[in-house]
Ligand binder design. Structure first.
Ligand code: NAP
Length: 204
């Protein structure tokens, strides 16, 4: 009998900065989909992005490491941070598929990304190589995302999961604004991430 395939989540995002909402999403999806591990993949130089507000990839990577270090089921990959030029999800998934054999991948990201998915590089191939999971924050227009999921499922003949997570009320944009305004961000992100931000004077 062949051994059962492992199931890994791949949590993609800029994580600018990583916050408790991201961690709750990853843990909740890991539990719901019975994933063995979740690999966080902070973007390097993301496609489709105006980079003005984007903190250095090395800082975002280190904050992601600090935030996840206490969870044995979470890993962080520097693959996109180290990649030169524009980074595409399909290249990351292909690299993971050759590194981790006999593993099924679930790419997890925010709902906004799903609405743009049809514009991504080799999307049809990507949906063959991994399953796609979106996390919706409260207040996001659910009917919009449901319609888009139906369209994508029909077009690419693949199932797409959507999970609504209330902890995603926390957002990186709001955290950056709070820091700029010198308002508290306590309880929105892990303390070591807050110390890293303070020590390196980020988002001021
Ligand atoms: P982003 O700017 O960080 O995120 C967009 C929105 O989704 C924000 O509201 C964000 O909330 C939320 N979000 C981001 N990552 C999340 C996660 N893992 N779980 C839950 N919510 C999340 O990122 P992006 O530029 O849209 O990119 C998202 C992912 O898609 C990245 O891995 C990127 O490489 C990939 N992507 C690939 C292509 C391609 O291959 N052609 C094109 C576009 C994007 P917060 O602000 O609170 O984080």
């Amino acid at each position: 009998m062949s051994p059962q395939k492992k199931k890994y989540g791949v949590m993609g995002g800029t994580f600018n900065p990583i916050h408790l909402g991201h961690l709750v999403v990853a843990e909740e999806i890991r539990h719901k989909l019975n994933l063995d591990k979740v690999i966080f993949v902070p973007t390097g130089n993301p496609p489709h992005k105006d980079n003005k507000e984007l903190t250095d990839a090395k800082d975002r990577y280190l904050m992601t490491l600090l935030a996840t270090v206490t969870n044995p089921n979470f890993k962080v990959s520097s693959i996109e941070v180290e990649r030169e030029g524009i980074s595409y999800t399909i290249d990351t998934i292909k690299a993971f598929r050759s590194k981790y054999k006999d593993t099924e991948f679930y790419f997890i990201t925010g709902a906004d990304a799903l609405l743009e998915l049809h514009t991504w590089k080799n999307v049809s191939e990507l949906l063959n190589l991994c399953k796609f999971v979106t996390a919706t924050r409260p207040g996001f227009e659910l009917s919009k995302i449901e319609t888009e999921i139906k369209n994508l499922e029909k077009r690419y003949n693949r199932n797409i999961y959507n999970i609504s997570v209330s902890a995603l009320q926390i957002s990186s944009t709001d955290i950056r604004q709070r820091i700029k305004d010198e308002r508290s961000v306590k309880y929105l992100l892990p303390d070591p991430v807050k110390y890293y931000i303070d020590k390196n004077c980020l988002y001021r």
